[in-house]
Design a protein around this ligand. Structure first.
Ligand SMILES: C[S@@+](CC[C@H](N)C(=O)[O-])C[C@H]1O[C@@H](n2cnc3c(N)ncnc32)[C@H](O)[C@@H]1O
Length: 280
C-alpha cells in the first residue's frame, strides 16, 4: 500500500461513486451492529425505546379501522417494531439482509411466543406476493441512503405488493440546515473495534453535495495487512415536496406527512425527521 493510495481516497469523490464494502452483511460488523441495535440507550442502529414505542403505536393508530393487518417491515433489524405489531395481533413479516439480525429476531419472537415470519433477504431483490400487504413500513431513515435507482426499484416493488388502499409508511431526514449535519473529520486506531476484530485505523469524514441535498458519510478502514476498505453512505435529505415528487411518480395517492412523531433530542430526531404515509 502506498500512502498516496490513502491520500487519493480521502479526496471528495464524484457523486454516487461506490465504496468497496457493504456494512450490513459483514460478519464482524453485523455482530457489533446487533449490540448497537439492542442498546436502548443510544439512537444508533435503532432508535431509543420510547421513540420506537411511540412510532409503532402511531403507525398502528393510522390503520385502526382496518382490523387484523398484513404488515411488512423492510429492514426490520432485530425486530423491535415487528414484535410490537405482532403483540397487537397483526400478521407480520420482517425482511432484513443481515443474517445475524434475523437469527436474533427469530429467537426473540420464539422466546416471547410471537408468530412472526422473518426472511433473510435483500429487499431490492425479493420476490413477494402481489396485492398482499395492508401496511409496509421502512423505519430509521433507510429510504434516504438508497441510491436513486435502488429507490425506484424499491417503490415499484412496494406498490406491487400493497393491497389496493394499503399504506406505505417511512421516514426521511429533513433538508433544514444541512450544512450543520456534515460531521467533522475523525480517526481512530484500535486493536479491536466496530470495523474489525483485528487492529485497524479508521479515517472518517463527510462531504456535502449541497445542490443535491446529499451528504456522503465515508469511513476508510486500513488493516495490518494493508488492505483498504471504503464504506460509503450516500445520505439524502428531503423537503416534503421532494418526497411527494418521488412518491407521486409511482402512483401512490393520499400522501401525508408528520414531523411530530419522534421525541426532540438532536439534529437527527424530533422534527428533523419527516414521516410519510402514502396509499396505493
Ligand atoms: C438503520 S437499520 C434499522 C433497523 C430497524 N428498521 C430499526 O429501526 O430498528 C437498517 C436495517 O436495514 C437492513 N438493510 C440494509 N440494506 C438492506 C437491504 N438491501 N435489504 C434488506 N435489509 C437491508 C440492515 O441490515 C439493518 O438491519
Amino acid at each position: 500500500m502506498k500512502l498516496t493510495d490513502i491520500i487519493s481516497k480521502i479526496e471528495k469523490p464524484k457523486m454516487y461513486e461506490n465504496g468497496t464494502a457493504f456494512m450490513w452483511t459483514d460478519e464482524h460488523i453485523s455482530k457489533q451492529l446487533l449490540n448497537i441495535h439492542l442498546n436502548s440507550e443510544i439512537d444508533l442502529g435503532s432508535r431509543k425505546k420510547p421513540a420506537i414505542e411511540k412510532t409503532a403505536n402511531w403507525i398502528l393508530s393510522t390503520q385502526k379501522e382496518k382490523g387484523r393487518l398484513n404488515i411488512l417491515d423492510l429492514g426490520c433489524g432485530p425486530g423491535l417494531y415487528t414484535e410490537i405489531f405482532a403483540s397487537n395481533g397483526h400478521n407480520v413479516t420482517g425482511v432484513d439482509i443481515s443474517k445475524n439480525s434475523i437469527e436474533y429476531a427469530k429467537k426473540s419472537a420464539d422466546d416471547k411466543k410471537l408468530e412472526i415470519n422473518y426472511i433473510n433477504a435483500n429487499y431490492l431483490e425479493i420476490d413477494l406476493e402481489a396485492d398482499r400487504y395492508d401496511l409496509v413500513v421502512m423505519i430509521f431513515t433507510d429510504f434516504g441512503v438508497l441510491m436513486p435507482s435502488d429507490r425506484e426499484i424499491l417503490l415499484k416493488m412496494i406498490y406491487h405488493i400493497l393491497k389496493k388502499g394499503g399504506t406505505f409508511i417511512f421516514d426521511v431526514l429533513k433538508d433544514n440546515g444541512i450544512e450543520k449535519k456534515v460531521s467533522p473529520k475523525n480517526w481512530e486506531a484500535k486493536d479491536f473495534g466496530f470495523w474489525k476484530e483485528t487492529p485497524y485505523i479508521a479515517l472518517s469524514q463527510s462531504f456535502l453535495y449541497q445542490d443535491k441535498k446529499v451528504i456522503l458519510f465515508q469511513h476508510i478502514i486500513v488493516d495490518t495487512e494493508e488492505n483498504i476498505e471504503i464504506y460509503r453512505f450516500w445520505t439524502h435529505f428531503f423537503s416534503r415536496n421532494d418526497v411527494r415528487k418521488i412518491i407521486d411518480a409511482h402512483n401512490f395517492v393520499d400522501i401525508r406527512f408528520r414531523d411530530d412523531i419522534l421525541p426532540k433530542s438532536d439534529i437527527w430526531e424530533g422534527d428533523n425527521v419527516i414521516f410519510t404515509m402514502a396509499s396505493k
